[in-house]
Design a protein around this ligand. Structure first.
Ligand code: R5P
Length: 303
């Protein structure tokens, strides 16, 4: 049962945690002192979703929090149903906070006949919500969320929080930050530069969903150093496992992995640890036991 926090400052605004966003919603509510409203959700025996708000939303600004991780289709449908229901109940504005935004890696039509999934996902959300906030969406070929969203969509960065974490736990004298592929450079190199750490960005070739090869494009003095691999998403863990295997050939002290979105599917965490990494640490955009870096307070200035 969510804790209700009464906010005398802005009683017109409420936060609702949907089934994959309740933890993050509670944190935003605690930071912002905006009331967390009750909400009920269940699946019918055939898998259909049932959503129900337990309070009057008429005239309210409603913030719905839902991470689109692991069962993205279920959670997306639930978010769309909840948003449209809130509107039907008279909500003045519906804002979605999707700490992890799914489908962003299919950010173009790679092969004839494929769906441009990022655009399709965005167009579904645009008919349901008025505004959207997310963290580190996988913007690689797309320059910004405005390329696919017709509503206001804000992309928030995790770099500062990760940089603070790394600089508190490691020393620039004996730690190297690694990005496992060129795409990760905008997190790994950026974070390394923010806190004055040395970095090395690897090159990755992807052959299929579960088959990648990683090459150490820039050698540095690895011996007796800690290595912190930083990437946006760990899904199957193959990218990190291949990076760890390459690093293990180079006599460093210990290898740590940090990601924003810990999807960690198909036993990825165990595979990464078995490959020789000491620890996997993530931000809390996806419910995961590896979460150590809280991003929820980044939203407070917007609400
Ligand atoms: C790819 O472009 C992303 O930045 C990640 O490197 C990728 O999603 C990781 O996937 P996996 O863990 O399945 O190798």
């Amino acid at each position: 049962m969510p804790n209700a926090i009464i906010c005398p400052m802005d009683s017109k605004k409420v936060i609702v945690g949907l089934s994959n966003g309740i933890g993050f919603a509670k944190k935003i509510s605690a930071h912002s002192k905006i009331k967390l409203e009750k909400y009920s959700f269940r699946n019918f025996p055939d898998g259909e979703v049932y959503v129900k708000f337990d309070s009057d939303l008429n005239g309210k600004e409603v913030v719905l929090v839902q991470s689109l991780s692991l069962r993205p289709n279920d959670f997306l449908i639930e978010l769309i149903f909840a948003a449209r229901t809130a509107k039907a109940m008279g909500a003045k504005k519906v804002t979605a906070v999707t700490p992890y935004l799914a489908y962003m890696r299919q950010d173009k039509v790679f092969n004839f006949g494929e769906s441009f999934s990022a655009k399709e996902m965005a167009s579904l959300l645009c008919v349901a919500v008025d505004e959207l906030f997310t963290f580190e969406p996988h913007l690689h070929r797309l320059q910004s969320l405005s390329a696919i969203f017709s509503i206001k969509a804000t992309s928030l960065s995790a770099s500062e929080k990760i940089a603070n974490f790394v600089s508190k736990k490691f020393s620039s004298k004996d730690t190297i930050i690694v990005g496992p592929d060129l795409e990760s450079s905008k997190w790994a190199k950026k974070i390394a530069d923010m806190i004055g750490f040395e970095s090395s960005i690897f090159e990755k070739t992807r052959f299929s969903d579960r088959h990648v090869k990683v090459r150490v494009a820039k050698e540095v003095e690895w011996k007796n150093k800690n290595v912190v691999i930083i990437d946006d998403i760990i899904s199957t863990g193959k990218t990190v496992v291949e990076s760890v295997k390459e690093l293990k050939k180079r006599k460093q002290r210990a290898i740590y992995c940090i990601c924003v979105h810990a999807l960690l599917v198909e036993g990825a965490l165990e595979k990464i640890l078995n490959a020789g990494a000491k620890k996997v640490i993530s931000c809390n955009t996806v419910p995961s036991k590896t979460n150590r870096i809280d991003l929820s307070d980044e939203l407070v200035k917007f609400f």
